[in-house]
Design a protein around this ligand. Sequence first.
Ligand code: FDA
Length: 505
Amino acid sequence: ATNNGFVFCMNDYFVSFANTSRYVFTPDLPMYSSIVWSQHNPRCSNSTASQRPIAIVTPLNEDEIRVAIVCSREHGLQVRIRSGGHDYEGLSYICKTPFVVIDMRNLRSISIDIEHETAWVQSGATLGELYYSIAQKSRTHGFPAGVCPSVGVGGHFSGGGFGAMVRKYGLAADNVIDAYLIDANGNLLNREAMGEDLFWAIRGGGGASFGVIVSWKIKLVKVPPKVTVFSIYKTMDQHTTEVVHRWQHVAHTMKNELFIRVIIQYLQDDKNTSVQALFNSLFLGELNELIPLMNENFPQLGLKPSDCIEMSWIDSVLFFAGFQGKPAKVLLGNDTDLYVSYFKAKSDFVTKPIPKHVFKGIRERFLEQKLAFMIMDPYGGRMSEISESHLPFPHRKRNLYNVQYLVKWEANGVRASNEHIHWLRSLYRYMEPHVSRHPRSAYLNYRDLDLGTNREGDTSYSEARVWGEKYFKGNFKRLAQVKSRVDPDNFFRNEQSIPLHKSSI
Ligand code: FDA
């Protein structure tokens, strides 16, 4: 009945069913399944507690989003908003109570204005599409966001978003200068109309608590015509442990143009199994400048000119995405489906170098797990110049680097999931004494429901502080105050949405 009611409601607004059939998909329609489970982590959709949406709406314009919101409210349905569908816990497409998915796939236009160094990008575009569109217009502009091309702009910008230019230019959210959002009453608001508080909240506080963000105006950044990249693989022995240890001291202090991340992972070749550390770098400059810089600051890595490749910025995007040597058009395509897999991730921030012996323990744990990764992204540079409260994302000065622990698996089933998740949680417990404390911080875009969840129907601010302050520290209260002002009925909610701050209503 709810299903029919919702569809009738949509039709009432648009006069004939012919209109809505282009973009409203109910379970009886053949396209439904392929749309609902596209780009996702199957671990989440296999959960027995979750339901299938009663309808998926793929709006072609703002009016259709508005009506989907109004009709969902009228019929007591929750709404889940999906752009790229990469939410680590599937919150953009699963829900425990009857719900509708608003899927932004048809709203993905990108308009670049090189003269003013800005662009408007709709939330349904992917990062790959954005990077490609910029490169079509200029060899000397780019945008500082994540490294995976299939990630959606909608979730990524609203949760912060960082990649290989984080040290030079900060987060994607730091470079957003305007946005259009549709609120719980169906109003379309730009920056001026929504006010600075709400505009602050959607740049790092997660869009899904506040409304449907339709598009973003961003500031493009300058990149040199030639950049330099390298990847150095080292077996995780005593020497490499020394190098990683040294990396912790220097990676956040070097020139802002230099980004060197470390990925610890399991390796199996014909003869051996081992754990390796990959040093993966982007330098916004040429080789002849990079080598002396490395010799002076980080000689322990032993970087040689032959390890490095000079290329355009867009080619460096392909390099980081694992598409080196392929044409830039691959950033627009379905090759990015290779990122779909069963996985679970957790995150940390490191404020003091981790002792060497801990890396030995990490190595032993990684020998047990074939598809596990510990990705360490250095901060410092621009990230240290921005205050903790400038945006909801508070992890700025004093953070040496961010850590993402991620485990993937291929086999379906509860047993496989439990085994891998158990391994990940145990690694996370092992790391506790060595990472940020009070609170132990986490990154919203690496969403982790282990940190805590809201209770359906009765979300209290004080309970939610347990997980909210891990993501947002002191900014959590302001987020709850903004939420209370713009969505006092808590229409836009999920397991980790910002709760109401009752005394602010
Ligand atoms: P999805 O559509 O699932 O949305 C995520 C969240 O945002 C959900 O809560 C959703 O409801 C909400 N949302 C989405 N669109 C919205 C809209 N238009 N309005 C309001 N709310 C909206 N991160 C990073 O910082 N750097 C990186 O390099 C990477 N790399 C990376 C690789 C891979 C393979 C994955 C799976 C993920 C990453 N990430 C990342 C994490 C990524 O930034 C994070 O998962 C984003 O939230 C994904 O945004 P999507 O739009 O794709 O997801």
